[in-house]
Design a protein around this ligand. Structure first.
Ligand SMILES: [Zn+2]
Length: 541
């Protein structure tokens, strides 16, 4: 995502570019973007970590059940032909089958989720954790998500809620061995805040919200928490960053709504049934970490194809020029990143105009939001930077995942740096230099105020600081400058070669800082520790 606090810097970048004699040829050429930040200074509670369960002395190799052929065929429809073999990498991934009924006038919904889960960890599991993220409020506003019943393999289970009802614990009757599977059934219902759920800074971003006829549903279903080397990751919902940390899964979702609504979602609609006064749309997701939905009876849509991908721009009727510009910037960013990083695997990407507060844009797999108030003037830098930044998150966050609480820099610094490549290729190398030069000025300002910090700190660390601007400047700006310095140091071939290897190797997985740094050292064929220390692991006094 991109915080509005960072936006000021983009405006100045625009000035620099114009002073350098370079205009923004918006209608014909797209431009780059930057990431969002957050505003609240609330202290983060420390993450609730459950220690890993004991390792077995001997570990049987996982016995993966063969994927259901019908389901695989459906999921293939969402992937580009060359990415269909990727499904083989995910034969043991969790499969969510969800039936969702949306009551648009009531800003409410209910659903039934069947979750087919295989233990792919290297230890047996004695419980499972789901996240009910909207209950964390903050960026989700003051709505709710409740689970009314839960069962495992047909046996009712009594869930236990904790951490402001954002954690749903399901104890297992017997420990689930490595490679074994089970089915969880959950009934859930949610209510969505109106107008961001509050007048002050405690209100949401607009990601779980109803405003101006637009109903946005982020975090609308119980999503499995991630089990990693730290055990189960059960962090509190963030006030300054993204809160979705999840494993790549497959989703099949039937959505029943008013037929007048135009719906944009992760994945693709592959069929529909007309019901009595309603419509049921059949969606499949492909290989994704989350499924986001947004709808309005007023949405307009323009589309184009680039590199075999259908790009859809959803916009409100008063902003046709913004809708066209969002389409262009998204299409051009996609093309640029395809060349530098490796191919986007999905057949579709959606950019959606959404009423938002505190954020300029927010990313989800296959779909992202750009703040509606930017659409009135799509030539402004904030619009361009937000769009190019969120497109980059399709590579860094969506396809290659990371722990957004422990290592937010991994996706945010890379998405910010990526947006400068949009400036470089869609505008000019002069624009790229103006962009990075502006970042340097901002970092200098921070250092003059003695607020420099380590790029690799956790989200909780930054949230606990009294100065919210540190997060944006350190993680987005200084982190992006690290990549600029690294590229200068090792050259384009080694630099982009490393990013391509990182993308291929960690596709659909969760990468860590050491994984990325190791790719740069391997690609450059030398040790780069000094540069890593200087930019990532130290701060100037
Ligand atoms: Zn971002």
């Amino acid at each position: 995502m991109i915080n509005r606090r960072l936006a000021r810097l983009l405006f100045l970048i625009g000035l620099l570019i114009i002073l350098a004699g370079c205009a923004f040829p918006l209608r014909s050429q797209p431009v780059p973007t930057i990431a969002p930040a957050v505003i609240d200074q609330a202290k983060a509670r420390s993450a609730q970590q459950v220690p890993p369960t004991q390792s077995l002395p001997t570990q049987p190799s996982p016995t993966q059940e063969p994927a259901d052929p019908a389901s695989t065929a459906e999921q293939s429809a969402v992937l580009l032909p060359q990415a269909v073999p990727d499904l083989d990498l995910l034969s043991a991934a969790t499969h969510y089958t969800i039936d969702l009924q949306i009551d648009y006038p009531a800003k409410a919904f209910q659903g039934q989720a069947q979750v087919d889960f295989t233990n792919t960890e290297d230890v047996p599991l004695d419980r499972l954790y789901f996240r009910l993220l909207p209950n964390g409020q903050k960026s989700y506003g003051d709505g709710s998500l409740r689970v009314s019943s839960a069962s495992i393999d047909g046996q009712p289970v009594k869930p236990r809620l904790s951490l402001s009802d954002t954690v749903l614990e399901l104890p297992l009757a017997a420990s689930l061995d490595i490679g074994d599977s089970l089915r969880i059934d959950l009934e859930f219902a949610g209510t969505v805040p109106m107008e961001f759920g509050g007048e002050d800074e405690s209100g949401g971003y607009g990601i779980y919200n109803y405003s101006q006829g637009v109903l946005a549903l982020s975090g609308w279903y119980p999503i499995l928490a991630v089990y990693d080397q730290d055990g189960w990751n059960l962090d509190p919902v963030s006030v300054i960053g993204d809160s979705v940390y999840s494993d790549t899964s497959l989703y099949t979702v039937d959505i029943t709504t008013d037929p007048e609504l135009l719906l944009a979602a992760t994945g693709e609609e592959i069929g529909q049934d007309k019901l009595d006064g309603e419509i049921r749309r059949h969606y499949v997701s492909g290989t994704v970490r989350d499924i986001f939905l947004i709808m309005s009876p007023d949405f307009q849509i323009v589309s184009q194809e680039v590199d075999g991908v259908e790009v859809n721009s959803y916009y409100l009727p008063e902003n046709p020029q913004g809708g066209e510009a969002a389409l262009e910037v998204t299409a051009q960013s996609l093309q640029i990143y395809n060349q530098y990083f490796g191919e986007y695997p999905f057949a579709e990407i959606d950019v959606v105009e959404a009423p938002m507060r505190y954020a300029l844009g927010v990313e989800y797999p296959g779909i992202f939001l750009v703040a509606s108030d930017l659409y009135a003037d799509p030539a402004q830098d904030n619009f361009l930077v937000a769009t190019a930044h969120e497109v980059a998150h399709q590579w860094w966050y969506s396809v290659v995942g990371n722990d957004v609480f422990d290592e937010p820099w991994l996706d945010e610094s890379l998405a910010t740096y990526s947006s400068s490549l949009y400036y470089q290729d869609a505008i000019s190398p002069v624009a790229y230099r103006a962009f990075t030069s502006y970042w340097k000025d901002r970092l200098s300002d921070l250092r003059e105020d003695s607020l420099d910090d380590q790029v690799t700190q956790s989200l909780g660390y930054f949230e606990a600081l009294d100065t919210p601007r540190v997060y944006g400047t350190v993680v987005y700006t200084k982190g992006a400058l690290f990549f600029d310095a690294l590229r200068s140091e090792i050259g384009d071939e080694a630099f982009f070669g490393a990013l391509q290897n990182y993308y291929q190797k960690y596709k659909y997985q969760i990468a860590e800082t050491e994984d990325l740094l190791a790719e740069f050292e391997a690609s450059a064929d030398r040790q780069l520790d000094e540069l890593f220390q200087e930019w990532l692991f130290t701060a100037e006094d």
